[in-house]
Design a protein around this ligand. Structure first.
Ligand code: SAH
Length: 249
């Protein structure tokens, strides 16, 4: 559950019978939350009230335990559209990091195989997916280096969030079906340039690169204006389609 204190601070809490949750705003008994209608407020030991709702996927991603940096929700939503992720779509994802993007794709109905270099991150991603999407989600993470190759064939999508996606282009070309989509997320435009050159050489077409700017607003009586601060940059989104022709011949 998501507990929101009177100052708007959020806490992600997994409820267990008899459990307690401690914050600066007081102690909340899990039993006071279990069975209460969603959207209720519960009283903490200090007399302060917490609002209790189920967390959205965005809230989970921002609050869940992380190893690697996660992709922000503003980008996750756009990635689902850019890479056209939907029910039954077969995805190879590398690296998986904390599993935020895995969770978004699984929730959209995809089957995801992940390649991740670090065993601690792989374990973290599996735990996050099992805890927040469900243990029966079509999800498998292998501890391996995607720069060395992809074993899967006839994939619908190859989704990359790692430093040198251009090194994956030759492997993705073999692993993707014709018309399949390669998606890559990189923070620097020089990485985009190198990737785009590799895609042009490597049997891909219809390449596109974009970035997502999200500006939140402060809305309080007559003070209605953009917030002073925003996250100005996260990463660039690039997609391209695998051509059917095998140009290696
Ligand atoms: N998209 C993830 C975050 C990925 S962070 C999320 O939303 O949570 C980048 C990850 O790529 C790191 O975990 C890193 O260990 C992994 N990585 C880097 N190079 C790799 C490679 N060659 N093969 C597999 N994983 C790699």
């Amino acid at each position: 559950m998501l507990l929101v204190d009177p100052r708007g601070r959020n806490y992600l809490v997994r409820l267990t019978p008899g459990g307690t949750f401690h914050t600066h705003s007081g102690i909340v008994g899990h039993d006071d939350v279990i069975g209460a209608p969603e959207g209720s407020t519960v009283l903490a030991s200090t007399g302060r009230r917490f609002l209790v709702v189920r967390p959205t996927l965005s809230e989970v991603v921002l609050k869940m335990p992380r190893g690697a940096q996660v992709i922000y929700p503003k980008d996750l939503g756009a990635i689902l559209m850019a890479a056209d992720i939907g029910p039954g779509v077969r995805v190879l994802e590398a690296g998986v990091g904390s599993g935020a993007l895995s969770m978004a794709m699984l929730r959209a109905g995809a089957s995801v195989t992940g390649y991740e270099l670090r065993s601690d991150f792989a374990e973290r991603a599996r735990a996050n997916v099992a805890g927040f999407v469900g243990g029966d989600a079509p999800y498998r993470v292998e501890e391996r280096d995607v720069y060395e190759g992809i074993d899967e064939r006839n994939l619908d999508r190859v989704v990359l969030d790692l430093p040198e996606p251009w090194r994956v282009v030759p492997h993705a070309r073999v692993a993707l079906r014709g018309g399949g989509i390669l998606f890559a997320y990189v923070p620097s435009i020089t990485q985009v340039a190198e990737l785009r050159a590799a895609l042009d050489r490597g049997g891909f077409a219809l390449a596109e690169t974009s970035e997502i700017l999200k500006r939140t607003w402060h809305v309080e009586s007559r003070s209605v204006r953009p917030d002073h601060r925003m996250v100005a940059h996260t990463g660039f989104l690039t997609t391209a389609r695998r051509l059917a022709v095998d140009e290696s011949k």
